[in-house]
Design a protein. Structure first.
Length: 667
């Protein structure tokens, strides 16, 4: 991203035209980033709560008063047990400086609980680790040369914009595009083939494709023999998944599966752009493993335009500074880990309570430090989350730009800088360059960077180690150990990682053997794992709640980040539920009616959109709206649950049964 500034005001904000992936374009959301930075409702001074939790009632205080009180409260808790203090953060910024750089040092020194940061991608990430040995894949720009592109679990036009022009270039050159997604997304509409499978059935589809590869001998036997471990066992399992069996599980026609398998097995080079939508169900990790093995069976990796891309972040491993977070500050301590997905339950657990998995819960959570996240809106089972945040004995500090749903529950809200106001360096999971973020504006009001806030807290808590004196530019210099110098990175703005063009043409996966693994140590062979909640896997539950619900992002929001930008919220207009015409008619629902969506966890009112985007039996609660903008102060996560995926301890957002009823006619 490039910014033109005159007099400390942004006059132009645009994509870097020289960057190989950005190519001068920004998505609709980020193109409004200056509007977000200058937003009239931005928090610009430290705030202290004076009203009840959740009411959003605060008074302005000085930085000294806020930091002194916070440090005193944390020190008091830490004297009893520092594990009672929990950080909560994710991807509000994904930079190494304002993400976990100074914050990680602070919490390591404190000995606070660790946070299992699993809310987005860890099921798929662990699947890649099990299969390839790392979160690695093909170069995104090489999809332009693919003859077949499979877009699996991704609405590229909405959430992977910079991939879409590459896919279009391949399409213009004669490539076939296939979209696999329960929803008829904007992307699916523009592909040659759309497979609208039922949520959570991706593993069954992948096994059926393997079945067809085997029986039609569309396998690359040489590549399998030299570069794949454990194929014999998986081959036996795949032969049990004829298209007829998978069709029942997936809600697809048998011929749809056979035709797709033929297309994949006979078209070279074929690239799969897998994304995280398909792994937000109980069996998401196993499904991602199965999809990741498909290019190994056909030898697609032999071509630079063949293979798969889910995440390329693992390529950064050799270039990160391994001591950046200063893990030695733990001094031999091994704090407990709290999973961010189950924060709704964990905030209400008592010390020594036995958890569902048999583990004993550590000390009761007494303090939360939230940064780069809005858990009251984005975490599953949000009724439980909000109840936990309303605990009067919970001390909560939120670093934020705005009074989000989470900030409304804080004891202190500390004003943080935006991307336009601070230093950072970024890797990527969608391409293979590293990027520098230099401040374009002076910080608005009294806002401070995340790193500066944790640096100030460390000083007040008596942390004297030299690493707590590193300023933000120093942190940016320390984050990477290569492949270019910091000065070279500043000069260009980005640097390409030195990687092979066809990284696994001759094997060389980052596993101990150098081979892709079907039978991963400690995990075994992948299989289709049915959802917790579906008509087939939970028939008794489905009698009461017969509709599967997924909650993909609204096109103009990035999770909850841009919900309060008025120009973007005006495009989305209001929270909606997409429902198929047959399902709506059976319930007396007309387009625009206010509906009540409900299950045993809660209910949620929003406007119905009778839409061809929804297949029968599946509804779409587009998110993630702030709860305060909902009709009843709730959002779609009122309905989702806290159960974890098969791998990666991740959320199962799209593994959810509901019922829908008409609440009132359209306004």
């Amino acid at each position: 991203m490039r910014v033109t500034v005159q007099g400390d005001k942004v006059v132009k904000l645009y994509g870097d035209p020289d960057h190989p992936t950005t190519g001068g374009a920004l998505c609709t959301k980020v193109s409004r980033y200056a509007e977000r930075t200058e937003h009239a409702e931005r928090v610009l001074k430290p705030l202290k709560r004076v009203g009840p939790k959740g009411a959003g009632e605060f008074v302005e205080v000085s930085w000294d008063e806020a930091l002194d009180d916070i440090a005193a409260r944390l020190s008091e808790i830490a004297r009893r047990d520092p594990q009672a203090i929990v950080p909560y953060s994710y991807a509000g910024t994904m930079g190494m400086v304002q993400g976990e750089g100074m914050a990680a040092r602070f919490f390591n020194k404190l000995g606070a609980s660790r946070l299992d940061r699993t809310i987005c991608s860890s099921a798929g990430g662990d699947a890649l680790l099990a299969t390839y040995g790392g979160k690695v894949g093909m170069h995104v720009e090489h999809f332009a040369e693919s003859r077949l592109i499979v877009i699996w679990g991704s609405n590229s036009i909405t959430s992977n914009l910079h991939f879409w022009p590459i896919a279009l270039a391949a399409k213009r050159a004669g490539a076939t595009l296939v979209c696999i997604d329960p929803r008829r997304t904007e992307t699916a509409e523009k592909c040659h083939v759309h497979l609208a499978l039922t949520p959570g059935s991706d593993g069954a589809l992948a096994l059926a494709v393997m079945h067809e590869l085997i029986v039609n001998d569309w396998l690359d036997h040489d590549y399998i023999a030299r570069h794949v471990d454990g194929w014999d066992g998986l081959r036996e399992r795949a032969l049990q998944w004829a298209p007829e069996r998978a069709a029942v599980e997936c809600g697809l026609a048998v011929d749809q599966i056979r035709d797709f398998a033929r297309l994949y097995g006979t078209t070279k080079p074929a690239g799969i752009r897998l994304n995280y939508g398909m792994q937000r169900v109980r069996g998401g990790g196993n499904a991602a493993r199965l999809v990741a093995l498909l290019p190994c069976l056909t030898g697609a990796w032999r071509h630079r335009a063949g293979g798969m891309l889910l995440s390329a972040s693992g390529w950064l491993k050799d270039f990160r500074n391994p001591g950046f977070d200063h893990p030695g500050l733990l001094a031999g301590r091994d704090p407990r880990t709290v999973n961010m997905v189950t924060i709704g339950d964990d905030l209400q657990r008592q010390t020594g309570e036995t958890m569902p998995d048999g583990r004993v819960f550590g000390p009761r959570i007494e303090a939360l430090i939230v940064y780069n996240s809005n858990p009251v809106a984005v975490a599953p089972d949000s009724r439980r989350v909000a109840a936990g945040f309303r605990r009067e004995d919970l001390f909560t500090v939120v670093l934020e730009h705005f009074l989000t749903d989470t900030a409304d529950h804080a004891d202190y809200v500390l004003p943080a800088t935006t991307q336009l106001e601070h230093w950072d360096v970024h890797g990527s999971y969608g391409h293979t360059t590293i990027v520098i973020n230099e401040p374009a504006l002076t910080p608005r009001g009294q806002s401070r960077s995340n790193a500066a806030i944790f640096r100030a807290l460390a000083q007040r808590m008596g942390f004297t180690e030299p690493c707590f004196r590193d300023d933000d530019e120093t942190l940016a210099r320390q984050a990477f150990k290569g492949p270019v110098s910091f000065e070279e990175l500043r000069e260009v703005g980005w640097a390409r990682l030195p990687l092979p063009e066809a990284p696994f043409a001759d094997g060389g996966f980052p596993t101990p053997s150098g081979k892709a693994r079907c039978d991963a140590p400690g995990i075994g062979l992948p299989d289709h794992v049915p959802p917790y909640e579906s008509v087939r896997s939970a028939p008794e539950l489905a009698k009461r709640f017969p509709l599967a619900m997924i909650s993909p992002p609204a096109r103009n929001f990035l999770n909850s980040t841009f919900v309060n930008v008025k120009s973007l919220r005006a495009i989305e207009h209001e929270p909606i539920l997409e429902i198929a015409a047959d399902d709506a008619a059976a319930r007396g629902i007309a387009d625009g009616d206010i509906v009540r969506v409900f299950n045993d966890r809660g209910d949620y009112r929003c406007a119905a959109r009778v839409s061809a985007r929804a297949r029968p039996g599946v509804v779409h609660g587009l998110g993630v709206w702030w709860r305060k903008y909902g009709l009843d102060g709730t959002n779609v996560n009122e309905l989702t649950h806290q159960k974890l995926t098969d791998l990666g301890r991740a959320p199962s957002f799209y593994d959810c049964l509901v019922e829908v009823e008409r609440a009132q006619a359209a306004a």
